[in-house]
Structures are given as C-alpha cells and as structure tokens.
Ligand binder design. Structure first.
Ligand code: ZN
Length: 161
C-alpha cells in the first residue's frame, strides 16, 4: 500500500507505542494502516481413527498440512471450519474441541485450530491435489503455522492415555 485509502495522500512510516505502521502523511487525516492479522481456521481432521492431511494444489509434492481457510464475514470460526471441511473434503465435520489459537507472524495470520471428526468418503474440492491418512502415533508436527496445533493436540493425547 502506497496511498491513503481515505484521502489518497502518501503513506509514510510512523512509530506508535513502539511499533511501526504506515500512516497518512496529511496532518488532517488520521488514517493508520494497522495491518492486523487475518483470522484463519484450521481443522485437524480425524477420519476413522486416522489423521487426514491434505496437499494443496499449489504446494510441492511431499508437503501436506491441515485443512485451512479464512473466516468469512458474519461467520463464526466454528461455521468457518465446518464449511472449509465440507468444501475441501466433501464431508460433514463434527467439532470435537478447540485445540488453540496460534499466531503465524510470517503470513500475518491468527490461526484458530479445531480437532474435528469426519466420516464417509472424502471427495476432494478443487483446491486440493491429494490427501493422505496418517495414524496419530506417526503424525509429525512441523515447526511453523498449524504445526504447533498438531504438536499441542499430540501432547494432550499422550497425557490422556
Ligand atoms: Zn489520508
């Protein structure tokens, strides 16, 4: 962003309470581009006792992850995660629990992660290239983004046993 969406003057870098933001250079306009993180829902999908991981069309061959998507306007996070599972896997999701909320600074997102259960036969939506089922004991969390939710889910699972 280069220009103010309110008055079309230039945006300049300012410091407010120790943080840097882009803000309008015109003294009569008080626009600040806060660039707040976007909420994203993630589903750790338990499908018939295994964990379903998905590879997005745009991802490299061996990269799999959780089902994710943006929360739409006037949609609760629970509705969003159910909708994403339906769109991407063609199955209804039962929400088991909220795993947690995780910042993903690199993408300026805030991930709201749920454990969900599905049954039936997955039918892949157009965003997905392929899926795989992994037994929970073989699930290996990755050290970014939704991987921290996978780690927390596994830790709690171990404690319960
Ligand atoms: Zn302005």
């Amino acid at each position: 962003m280069k220009y103010c969406p309110q008055c079309a003057h230039r945006l300049i870098t300012v410091r407010l309470e120790g943080r840097e933001y882009l803000a309008c250079e015109w003294e009569k306009c008080n626009y600040v581009f806060y660039d707040n993180p976007l909420p994203v829902v993630a589903a750790l999908v338990e499908h018939e006792g295994q964990i379903l991981l998905a590879r997005n069309q745009a991802w490299p061959a061996k990269m799999f992850g959780l089902i994710t998507g943006f929360v739409e306007k006037k949609e609760t996070p629970e509705e969003a995660v159910s909708r994403e599972v339906k769109e991407e896997l063609g199955m209804d999701a039962d929400i088991v629990s909220l795993i947690g909320i995780y910042p993903f600074f690199e993408r300026n997102e805030l991930i709201i992660a749920y454990h969900v259960r599905t049954c039936g036969n997955p039918v892949l939506g157009e965003e997905l290239a392929e899926i795989k089922l992994v037994p929970p004991e073989k699930l290996k969390p990755w050290a970014f983004g939704t991987g921290f939710a996978v780690q927390d889910w596994l830790n709690r699972r171990t404690v319960q046993e």
